[in-house]
Design a protein around this ligand. Structure first.
Ligand code: NIG
Ligand code: FE
Length: 429
């Protein structure tokens, strides 16, 4: 009877509802395919060497596979681990006082112009030791993990000089190697104009292009063999489209892939630049024009939407998600976790907000936060779905049905998080 079974390391059994969230023809879900969760009821998943071997109906999986280690999901929902496509997880200090000032009427831009904002965090980050920076980011990464995130993008951008930017890259690479969550690094030296260049922003662009980007390329050649990204904050009062183009041209020469902060407050044309330069993603898009949304829809540049940011700022702007969807854009989700606009490590919050403010369906929001975020990070062949061969990164949720992930909010719905086939939450020791 058991002679034909294959032995695996782990079976997650008695899954009430399994969402496989398949890639579409080897790529992200877009257009009418967006939100295809590949639901299987009464399911099980077989795992060997940290990878998915099979996912399917319980009776089929149990007829074909056996394992010493069986986790009983007790009829709960199981999905791929969440993929957070945009964070600024590493920083020092906080900006609670700015939150209060905004509630008293000041705007994000006014606070920044008065020396607060990103440059306040830059001062605190430059003054921190590498160990303190690492520990702060590690603590936040632990929070993300216990809320179901298993892959997360993390930007530099609070150093804005060669020394601290490279130190941040090193801390991010260390987090990736030491922590169960896969951390994807992005160099964001163009996050703001540092105070020492306030009177001459072009000289800071020169510094980035002539010195810091080449140093990042050297760092990458020694310490990072996967894609490394270059991002910029293309925004009124920060970097112009022309400055961003100079930075991006050098970044491509240095072997980096591109992503861009665009249209968070003012639409300058960053979307067109990102599409033209084949960026992996363009992020925020709160004030994107219909024309630019259609351009994105016809491109392979993902639209990373960050609904926690306007919520965190208490502003009403929302990305044109419906038009992006109708135009066929690759819609992905990120938390934007950062100390200024959105200190929230929990991607469940982004799912809840994506449905309410962006009007995504629960299925679309979940596909955006898994398979499409994985493709936005060039990891769609490895994570984001529970297809055979992919990393066994999955979450057992304490709910019966995927809609609950967005329907309910404000409490942690994750029951068990499995990364590379190992239970990483709750801690087993
Ligand atoms: O994505 N927009 C630029 N960067 C962040 C804010 C960072 C900060 O305020 O510290 C964002 O919202
Ligand atoms: Fe951001």
């Amino acid at each position: 009877m058991v002679s034909h079974v294959s032995y695996v390391d782990l079976i997650v059994d008695h899954i009430g509802q399994l969402c496989v969230i398949p890639a579409y023809q080897g790529g992200p879900q877009r257009g009418e395919r967006f939100g295809d969760l590949g639901v299987i009821n009464d399911a099980a998943v077989a795992v060997r060497s940290g990878r998915i071997v099979a996912a399917g109906r319980h009776d089929l999986i149990r007829g074909e596979y056996a394992a010493l280690n069986v986790i009983d999901a007790e009829n709960r929902l199981v999905t791929p681990g969440l993929v957070d496509a945009h964070t600024h997880l590493i920083w020092s200090g906080d900006r609670a006082s700015e939150f209060e000032l905004r509630l008293m009427g000041a705007t994000y831009q006014e606070i920044a112009a008065a020396g607060g904002g990103i440059n306040r965090t830059v001062r605190e980050t430059r003054a921190a030791s590498l160990a303190d920076l690492f520990e702060g980011a590690e603590a936040r990464l632990n929070v993300a993990l216990r809320h179901g995130t298993t892959t997360l993008e993390c930007k530099t951008g609070y150093g804005l000089n060669q020394e601290t930017e490279i130190a941040m890259l090193s801390a991010i690479a260390l987090l990736d190697s030491e922590h169960p969550v896969d951390v994807v690094p992005t160099f964001l030296g163009a996050h703001d104009i540092p105070p020492e260049y306030a009177d001459n922003p072009d000289a800071y662009v020169d510094l980035l292009v002539d010195h810091i980007l080449p140093a990042v390329a050297v760092w990458k050649s020694k310490h990072w063999d996967k894609p490394l990204y270059c991002d910029a904050f293309c925004e009124q009062g920060v970097f112009t489209v022309a400055q961003t183009r100079r930075i991006f041209e050098k970044a491509l020469l240095c072997g980096l892939r591109l992503r861009l902060h665009a249209d968070e407050f003012v639409s300058l044309g960053g979307v067109r630049l990102a599409v033209e330069m084949n960026a992996a993603s363009v992020d925020h898009l709160l004030v994107t024009t219909p024309e630019d949304a259609r351009l994105l829809g016809a491109s392979n540049t993902a639209a990373v939407l960050l609904p926690a940011t306007p919520f965190g700022l208490g502003i009403a702007n929302t990305a044109p998600a419906k038009l992006l969807y109708e135009s066929g854009a690759i819609i992905a989700l990120g938390s934007d976790c950062n100390p200024g606009t959105a200190w929230c490590e929990n991607m469940q919050m982004s799912l809840a907000l994506a449905c309410r403010s962006l009007k995504l369906t629960p299925a679309q929001a979940l596909a955006a936060a898994t398979i499409n975020s994985a493709f936005a990070l060039d990891r769609g062949d490895l994570v984001g779905s529970l297809e055979p061969g992919k990393r066994a990164d999955l979450v057992i949720w304490d709910v019966p049905d995927y809609r609950h992930l967005a329907y309910r909010f404000g409490t942690n719905l994750a029951h068990t998080v499995i990364k590379d086939g190992q239970v990483v939450y709750p801690p087993t020791t």
